[in-house]
Design a protein around this ligand. Structure first.
Ligand code: UD1
Length: 419
């Protein structure tokens, strides 16, 4: 198993190119099931999660080609197998995003229940309730959800009792081929959902209300192929913004969009990190000390749960205290004991963590159990004295492309130790 070794204390300086968003790429790839295509996705990131999604689509019968140099992925074909097996769904929860498209296009789908994961229980009841409202008959048996709509799905007014990114995406895709009008109320508004909606429109879908919490979709008979550029990854950008902030550096996040950083940018500024729009992206620098700021994770446009662990690393070395409250997932503080082993002073009380800033962290061997927790430990290591070894790097590879190479290129002392 690969590990990452780093030595902290160097301010980062230079340009970091930001790739296409993982959380946009996965639903966009699933959307290719809605047509024979081809769907051509440009700015496609090469990540373990996109490779897993490609495998899943291939076993459904699609052809997926990823030209990594051109960063272009081409997907097309007809599904010949409507089952998403446990082995792939278990690896990556986003696999449940094939449910809506398969059901809408082929009238049937059998998808393994994803179950819990390291950060919480993560149910799919909202996905299922919405599809049932659209006329699907769903049975749960032997760990699988079998959904049928032999006459096709029909439009419905679906009110989400909780904001869910995944359920919004699944129903948005399903509704494009349903008979009549679907309204998704209290829909998630993440930029990745806007991106999916724009791609679906390019494929022939009729969608209104993009960017709001109320999406209106008029079903069409069929969709066609299209070419779509995947939106830049705001979480990758935010993670590197924290890297610049924690090391007191100055980094241009090339291709990043300030409007997608939203609350994260505002909170970083409050903490003493400058975040400004630049001609080629977003410029992040820190000239003064870091200050403790309280944050609470919320659906977009609030502070992203996917940035919580990284921001905590920053707060670990800020002056004063910070209260970080996680409202999306019940078990997303696994990085805390590891950061404390590096000298941080963090106490968890229920869904809040109290972070008392310390002047210095010290390097240590650490490991994490999920993607964003892993990157938060890299950030802590960049600020720490001495050597940090991050184990279980496969978590990082799920969602960051060449993370260590991008950090080394702006001056970090970091390398991958193949294992
Ligand atoms: C969530 C995050 C997303 C992040 C991703 C990976 C939000 C709103 N969503 O998306 O930003 O990129 O994790 O870390 O911040 N829920 C149900 N029933 C369902 C679906 C969800 O109760 O059927 C609950 C979840 O348990 C959770 C909340 O709704 O508490 C939001 O979940 P959801 O947005 O669906 O999760 P993801 O799509 O994985």
């Amino acid at each position: 198993m690969d590990r990452i070794r780093l030595r902290g204390g160097r301010p980062l300086k230079g340009v970091i190119p930001i790739g296409g968003a993982k959380n946009a790429a996965l639903p966009l790839m699933a959307a290719s099931l809605l047509t024979d295509g081809p769907l051509v996705l440009t700015n496609a990131p090469a990540l373990d999660d996109t490779r897993t999604m490609a495998k899943l689509l291939e076993q459904h019968g699609l052809a997926v080609a990823h030209d990594q140099e051109a960063r272009t992925m081409t997907l097309g074909g007809t599904a010949t197998n409507l089952v998403a097996p446990y082995d792939l769904v278990r690896k990556m929860r986003a696999s449940v995003l094939v449910l809506g498209p398969l059901l809408a296009r082929y009238g049937e789908a059998k998808v393994s229940l994803p179950g819990g994961c390291a950060i919480g229980t993560r149910p799919v009841d909202l996905h299922l309730k919405g599809l049932e409202q659209m006329g699907a008959k769903i049975e749960l048996d032997s760990g699988y959800m079998t959904a049928r709509a032999p006459e096709g799905l029909r439009g419905a007014k679906v009110y989400f009792t909780q904001v869910s990114v995944g359920a919004t995406e699944n129903l948005l895709m399903a509704a494009t081929l349903a008979d009549g009008i679907t309204e998704l109320v209290n829909a998630a508004r993440e930029p990745e959902i806007d991106d999916l909606a724009h791609c679906l429109i390019a494929m022939g879908a009729k969608i209104e209300g993009i960017g709001t919490d109320r999406l209106r979709i008029e079903g069409v008979k069929s969709l066609h192929g299209a070419t779509h550029a995947i939106v830049p990854d705001r979480i990758e950008a935010g993670s590197f913004a924290c890297a610049a902030g924690i090391t007191g550096g100055e980094v241009l996040l090339q291709g990043a969009r300030l409007e997608h950083l939203g609350t994260v940018a505002r909170v970083l500024r409050e903490a003493g990190v400058e975040v400004d729009e630049a001609p080629e992206g977003v410029l992040v620098k820190r000239l003064s000390g870091l200050r403790g700021v309280d944050v609470m994770t919320e659906p977009f446009p609030g502070f992203a749960t996917d940035m919580q662990a990284q921001f905590m690393a920053l707060m670990a070395v800020a002056e004063g205290a910070s209260m970080i409250t996680e409202t999306i997932f019940e078990n997303r503080f696994m990085h805390v004991p590891e950061m404390n082993r590096m000298g941080a002073r963090i106490n968890v009380h229920g869904s809040s963590a109290i972070v008392r800033g310390v002047s210095r962290l010290s390097g240590a061997p650490v490991m994490a159990t999920d993607l964003r927790a892993s990157v938060s430990l890299i950030l802590a290591g960049l600020a720490a004295g001495g050597e940090t070894i991050v184990n279980r790097v496969y978590h990082l590879d799920r969602g960051y492309e060449r993370l260590e190479a991008k950090l080394a290129a702006v001056g970090a002392d970091i390398e991958r130790l193949p294992g």
